[in-house]
Design a protein around this ligand. Structure first.
Ligand code: NAD
Length: 467
């Protein structure tokens, strides 16, 4: 067994089984790590349940101190964690480093928050307060696209609110989570944070577990529905951050040469494996050809390769299943539109797909209607901005979206009509710890981050006294 162990009740333990983790750039083994059995999941939940009474009684200041210590340890180990993240996830090392520092900053942000009781009345008749109580054991389930960052959306908020945690990464990216467990082992009391890894087989047991009071889930819409159904048996609280099919609308008055690289980056970041990547690019007919030409230049010059190599701008798809899925989208793109850049696999080793631009494509094609989650960008023509917004909204998803225009007031007015949880103007995917993030429709339930996100890890309690 390798060094990558589970963290259960304050101890690093071997798994009852093991899991091979593959580097998507080389298809070679990165490491073999511990894999938990369902009995070990039960042990982790029991430890978290036992740790809850004492942890929930600590003061906010005591919990803040723990969050800041975790932020420090993430920062101090950023080089090692980022390298590991690139190896298991595939993203360029610079992006991986940014992700680790970002996660550290999110722990720091939550350490700055409070959950004060609200005194509604306090007079000679009595006293009424609205308070926020922790829920108990919280299960945090994260996907493989941002394993470190998405952990930091959940764990610090859960802890600050006074809950104890079971963290479960995706089966193809467990190493950074297990390393995180090792790094924080002595910073939190035993059982307060437990980290387990599975082979995509313990999610159901976590979500149906009677002693888990909340599931904070990020992943696909399909799995999100299963989480919701499974959580019903024990009436768990849930927050679901699910899939998206973000529309990005480019108005006729933009500077084409200056806007194209930003739009392209919004589609290609993390090889398109971002829940809020720009996945449908609507461009006004008057600049459509010019914009497509710019995208082709950018795609042809984009440096695709192993994330550990200097200069790499885009890594591979994270796993074989996702690679196969996106290759299937390419087939549909070739049938329904005109591929003007990329269009296939890059090389014969690793899960690389060329940055691909598809024009003369419209709704009704799989590439436009479904979430591609890969570096394949459909560019769709429109003539009336109001119609573009209506088409953007005609999706089951509603996670993010953006409008790009020189006339930002006009863009603002249009943005008010977008149905997504976040709408950006002249930027895309600007995630900040102090802003709530969540989706409408099939993109999720509830939100994370900001004060709203913190409150989702609590239960409201009214204390109402007569004098
Ligand atoms: P996924 O749903 O397959 O897996 C996500 C996590 O759920 C993994 O840890 C997995 O092991 C676990 N899981 C699997 N079956 C489960 C079950 N029955 N019950 C509970 N957990 C279970 O998703 P993925 O393929 O890893 O991630 C890609 C998807 O995630 C995309 O659709 C993307 O848009 C979405 N995503 C959303 C956000 C957001 O914030 N909205 C962020 C990142 C990714």
């Amino acid at each position: 067994m390798s060094g990558y162990k589970l963290l259960i009740n304050g101890a690093l333990v071997d798994g009852d089984a093991s899991l091979d983790v593959i580097n998507p750039s080389t298809e070679e083994l990165v490491a073999t790590c511990a894999r938990a059995s369902s009995a070990q999941l039960d042990q982790a939940v029991a430890a978290a349940k036992a740790a809850f009474p004492a942890w929930s009684k600590t003061t906010m200041d005591e919990r803040r101190t723990v969050l800041l210590a975790i932020a420090d340890v993430l920062q101090a180990n950023a080089t090692e964690l980022a390298r590991l993240l690139t190896q298991e996830q595939g993203k360029p090392l610079g992006d991986a480093t940014g992700e680790v520092y970002g996660a550290s900053a999110f722990f720091r942000y939550f350490a700055s928050l409070d959950l004060p009781a609200k005194v509604v009345s306090n007079d000679d008749k009595g006293r009424v307060e609205v308070r926020r109580r922790p829920l108990g054991v919280v299960g945090c389930i994260v996907p493989w696209n941002f394993p470190v960052m998405l952990m930091a959306f959940k764990v610090p908020a859960a802890l600050l609110a006074g809950n104890t945690v079971i963290l479960k990464p995706a089966a193809t990216t467990p190493l950074t989570a297990l390393k995180f467990g090792e790094l924080i082992k002595d910073l939190v009391p035993p059982g307060v944070v437990n980290v387990i890894a599975d082979n995509n087989d313990l999610g159901g047991a976590m979500t149906s577990h009677p002693d888990v009071r909340k599931i904070s889930f990020t992943g696909s819409t399909e799995t999100g529905k299963k989480v919701m159904a499974s959580a019903a048996s024990a009436l768990k609280r849930i927050s679901l951050e699910l899939g998206g099919n973000d529309a990005l609308i480019v108005m006729s008055d933009v500077d084409v040469a200056a806007t194209a690289p930003k739009v392209f980056g919004a589609a290609m970041q993390n090889a398109g494996q971002v829940c809020i990547a720009a996945k449908r690019i609507y461009v006004h007919e008057s600049i459509y050809d010019a914009m497509c030409d710019e995208f082709v230049k950018l795609a042809d010059a984009w440096v695709v390769g192993d994330g550990l190599e200097q200069g790499t701008q885009m890594g591979p798809l994270q796993n074989k299943a996702q690679f196969d899925k996106v290759m299937g989208f390419l087939d549909s793109a070739k049938k329904d539109g005109k591929v003007i850049a990329g269009g296939g696999r890059k090389g014969d080793k690793g899960y690389f797909i060329q940055p691909t631009v598809v024009r003369d494509i419209a709704e009704g094609s799989q590439l436009v209607d479904e979430e591609q989650f890969g570096p394949v960008m459909p560019v769709i023509k429109y003539s009336d901005p109001a119609d573009a917004v209506a088409r953007a909204n005609a999706s089951i998803y509603g996670l993010g979206g953006s409008i790009w225009a020189k006339d930002s007031d006009r863009a603002w007015d249009l943005a008010e009509g977008m149905e997504s949880g976040s709408v950006w103007i002249n930027k895309h995917a600007d995630l900040r710890p102090d802003l709530p993030f969540g989706g409408s429709k099939f993109s999720g339930i509830g939100s994370e981050l900001g004060e709203e996100g913190l409150k989702e890890f609590t239960q409201v309690q009214v204390l109402n006294m007569a004098r």
